[in-house]
Design a protein around this ligand. Structure first.
Ligand SMILES: [Zn+2]
Ligand SMILES: [Zn+2]
Length: 338
């Protein structure tokens, strides 16, 4: 490499990032350091919402890191890309964090806090008891009762057309665009699975809406948002959910399981379950493919359901799910020797 890339424009607009990048292109940099620095740089440059890379809970540890430059082992669980950088520095005889990285930590914390504070301007609706029509009629059947209704977000231009078909509101994920922009997506069934592949509930959808189906199912049923949501399009579900209910989802991780990671070529590593697993024992312990396993089970009834009228399809799906759950529960009981 004879000439370094021209960083002057970046230096003017984002001096902290430019200084960090010049650290990477510095001749003679240790290979392992270069690798983890580059990975962090790539994740910063990814088109995803910054809260995927730096969850709300990581803001404080990042500030601490920048103020004291003392090692922070907690950060790696929250922000694995930064964690890997710290880990490489931990291999040195004496702990030392270059000032470029301390400044980057503070810049990332600032960015995240700004985005979060701008979004988090309301609490989730309080838990209330909601009268529901019987599931046989609505095709919506969850083990958890509805505790909220989905709000309308009048400040969001496209919120009243919940279907994900328009390119401009679809973000940068090429896989998401390919799947939903075709506009010929028929309806189907959305199922929420727990990590044991037990069906927590389902709802039938006349026209697949994409992210709103998942967002609404969680927001209206879970008094508190789950810690982890695994979804094929987590990269797009995260901004969709955070823009609407940032406080409710402040501590939720939106992840894509390994089965679906392949076509998300533009999406940042921070969206993938594999990225988080290295440091987060809870995510390593749970089966992030539980949903995939369950959805394959559903595949068995897809064809027969397609020939039924609506009422029969709902009843049949419910019966299938009941049997499925019972089988899974019995298998778990057997494994535990109960
Ligand atoms: Zn994606
Ligand atoms: Zn479970």
């Amino acid at each position: 490499m004879d000439t370094l890339p021209d960083l002057s424009r970046l230096l003017a607009e984002y001096p902290v990032v430019a200084n960090f990048l010049s650290l990477i292109v510095m001749p003679g940099l240790d290979l392992e350091r270069r690798r983890v620095y580059r990975e962090l740089a790539r994740q910063i440059a990814a088109p995803d919402i910054v809260l995927q890379l730096v969850p709300h809970r990581a803001i404080e540890p990042l500030y601490e890191l920048s103020n004291t430059t003392a090692d922070n082992e907690w950060l790696q669980v929250l922000c694995p890309a930064f964690g890997r950088v710290l880990q490489v520095h931990r291999l040195e005889v004496t702990w030392y964090l270059p000032p470029e990285l301390a400044q980057l930590a503070s810049w990332l914390a600032d960015r995240t806090a700004t985005v979060y504070n701008r979004l988090a301007n309301h609490d989730p609706a309080p838990v209330a008891s909601i009268t529901e029509e019987p599931w046989q009629m609505t095709g919506t059947c969850y083990g958890l009762p509805a505790v909220r209704t989905r709000r309308v977000y009048p400040k969001l231009q496209h919120d009243n057309t919940p279907t994900d078909t328009e390119a401009e509101q679809m973000g940068d994920c090429n896989k998401f665009f390919k799947t939903y922009s075709r506009n010929k997506l028929a309806g189907g069934i959305l199922v929420l699975w727990c990590t044991h592949s037990i069906c927590l509930g389902f709802h039938t959808i006349p026209i697949a809406e994409g992210r709103n189906d998942v967002f609404s199912a969680i927001y209206t049923r879970f008094p508190q948002a789950p810690d982890v949501v695994v979804y094929d399009f987590a990269c797009q579900l995260a901004p969709y959910s955070l823009v609407r209910e940032a406080r409710y989802f402040a501590n939720t991780r939106f992840l894509i399981d390994e089965f679906h990671a392949r076509d998300h070529s533009k999406c940042g590593q921070a969206c993938f379950a594999s990225n988080v697993m290295q440091y987060d024992e809870r995510i390593r312990a749970v089966n992030t493919s539980a949903g995939e396993c369950g959805n394959q089970g559903i595949g068995r009834i897809r064809k027969s359901v397609s020939y039924m009228n609506y009422e029969h399809a709902v009843l049949y799906t419910k019966a299938f799910m009941d049997v499925w759950n019972r089988m899974v529960a019995r298998r778990i009981a057997r494994q535990q020797g109960v």
